[in-house]
Design a protein around this ligand. Structure first.
Ligand SMILES: Nc1ncnc2c1ncn2[C@@H]1O[C@H](COP(=O)(O)OP(=O)(O)OP(=O)(O)O)[C@@H](O)[C@H]1O
Length: 488
């Protein structure tokens, strides 16, 4: 259960519990879906397994045979509580729409129930998600091999790295919210407290969370008008605790009879009055990794990003255990090489101007699109369910980046959206931009510079954006783009 966090005045206190949720019987219809059985309950919601109601409509994509229906009732709640639930649902939908990734549970649909004959359900928010087979919590008690533990933790890191790159903090990471798919894959879920990094380094969220997974600084965090400050390092702290739990058969790192007592143990450690006491069975590599994630201050923890932790885990899984100093030197060398490559591209293709920054006349430079007719690319959406849709549903839309050298996330996309099978004019390509991973786990640093789709051809001439190559299957023979200004 999730409770009011300690940042709020008056310290920890219960918020909602699932006692207000009526159990729905199998066969109960919820929008386009039918309940088959209850799966679990959290502080805000009850989750049921479901199947599609009726048969799929001709001409629409086939619906999955099995889904999870997360039902968040709002009836009978105080207005502040109902607002909290609506806000949590809004965050889940926003992440579902904007941050899709194989390591995040997929949101398929959302709806608000209209059931005047059942007051307890009337107005309930329903999120329809891909169904997982269980959670990390279910696996912990049985213990795990190092190989399996490494796979699970790498999966969590991949999900976190994507979420953080997309500009979000999960803010309620715990074994219950790490789901395991039917194929054993890891999928982060429950984005009800997810917080957008509005300042680049942190965002603000409600003073809530799961006490056992809150980082030390959250126990003292002042509650401002916008809520409490939330940083990605909060997720890294929770990750450190989970690494320990995975290799210690679920044993919590900080002991105490209650969450508040365990929180006091966290404070003792953070103040330097108690050491970290990990279970003996935690292998050395994972002990070091967990200790890095559990650095006592958020500033010290910030050195360990989900991405850098993932690199260390991948090196370990690949059998190489390079000393850290050498690895960071290697990374520096790689970055230098990438910069050199980008610069080479710029020199070789100096006849191409960037985004209307035309070079002086006579220097051989031309404005975008006037040198040669652009070639065309067809947009590809790796989400199967989106490929057959022609209704331009926002949930199936894809973004175009403003700057291909910056992370492909909310602040770096143009307002215009594109859909599967749209055709775009492209005038050059960039092989070494920011890495993008699509929904089917394909990674690429390759981008195409495209004209923004517009009804007005004159307006489109200068309006450009960047399509990641993972979003198209086409590979037209385009010249290299000059390195965009400000590229690293
Ligand atoms: N997509 C899913 N597939 C299978 N099981 C799920 C799915 N989503 C959630 N569950 C199960 O239902 C339980 C409750 O879901 P969830 O944690 O999202 O609700 P919540 O009310 O937001 O929880 P909390 O308040 O504890 O954070 C989870 O612990 C998980 O076991």
């Amino acid at each position: 259960m999730r409770v009011q966090g300690p940042g709020g005045p008056g310290g920890p206190g219960a918020s909602w519990d699932s006692g207000h949720t009526e159990l729905l019987p199998p066969g109960h219809r919820v929008g386009d879906w039918v309940v088959t059985e209850p799966i679990g309950a959290g502080g805000w919601a009850t989750v049921y397994a479901g199947r599609p109601a009726g048969t799929d409509r001709p001409g629409t994509a086939a619906r999955p045979r099995e889904v999870a229906l997360k039902i968040m009732p709002t009836a009978g709640l105080a207005p502040r509580q109902a607002r909290g639930i609506a806000e949590a649902a809004r965050r889940e939908v926003e992440i579902g729409v904007r941050a899709g990734h194989p390591r995040l549970i997929r949101l398929l649909d959302d709806t608000v129930l209209s059931a005047p004959e059942q007051p307890a359900l009337d107005g309930a928010i329903v999120l329809v998600m891909e169904r997982a087979r269980g959670s990390l919590r279910d696996l912990l008690g049985a213990g795990t091999t190092e190989t399996e533990g490494a796979r699970l933790i790498a999966g969590i890191c991949e999900g976190l790295a994507h979420l953080h790159r997309a500009g979000w903090v999960h803010a309620d990471l715990k074994p219950e919210n790490v789901l395991i798919g039917a194929d054993g894959s890891v999928k982060l879920s429950d984005f009800g407290l997810a917080t957008e990094l509005t300042t680049g380094t942190h965002g603000h969220g409600p003073p809530m969370g799961t006490l056992d997974y809150l980082p030390p600084e959250r126990w003292r965090a002042p509650l401002g008008e916008l809520g409490v400050e939330i940083r990605p390092s909060a997720d890294i702290w929770a990750l450190g605790l989970m690494i320990h739990e995975v290799f210690a058969s679920g044993a919590p790192l900080f002991s105490g009879a209650t969450p508040v007592a365990r929180g006091a143990a966290v404070q003792e450690y953070a103040a330097g009055r108690a050491p970290l006491r990990m279970a003996n069975g935690v292998p050395e590599f994972w002990r070091t990794l967990a200790a890095d994630c559990l650095a006592p201050t958020h500033a010290a923890r910030a050195a360990h990003t989900a991405e850098s932790l993932l690199e260390r885990i991948e090196a370990r899984r690949a059998g190489g255990s390079l000393p850290r100093v050498r690895r960071s030197r290697l990374r520096r060398t790689a970055r230098t090489a990438l910069r050199a490559l980008a610069a080479c591209g710029a020199v070789a293709c100096a006849i191409w101007s960037y985004a209307g920054h035309s070079a002086p006349e006579g220097a051989g430079a031309t404005r975008v699109g006037t040198a040669e007719p652009p070639l065309q690319l067809r947009v590809f959406n790796a989400e199967r369910a989106c490929q057959d849709r022609t209704d331009r549903d926002p949930r199936c839309s894809l973004g175009l980046a403003i700057d291909p050298m910056r992370p492909y996330m909310a602040g770096n996309v143009v307002p215009a959206r594109v859909w599967h099978a749209d055709v775009l004019d492209a005038d050059c390509q960039l092989l070494r931009g920011e890495v993008v991973i699509d929904e089917s786990d394909t990674r690429s640093t390759h981008w195409f510079r495209v004209r923004l789709p517009s009804a007005d051809p004159a307006a489109a001439a200068d309006a450009i954006a960047w399509l990641p190559a993972v979003r198209t299957k086409d590979r037209p023979p385009l010249p290299s783009c000059p390195a965009p200004p400000g590229s690293r």
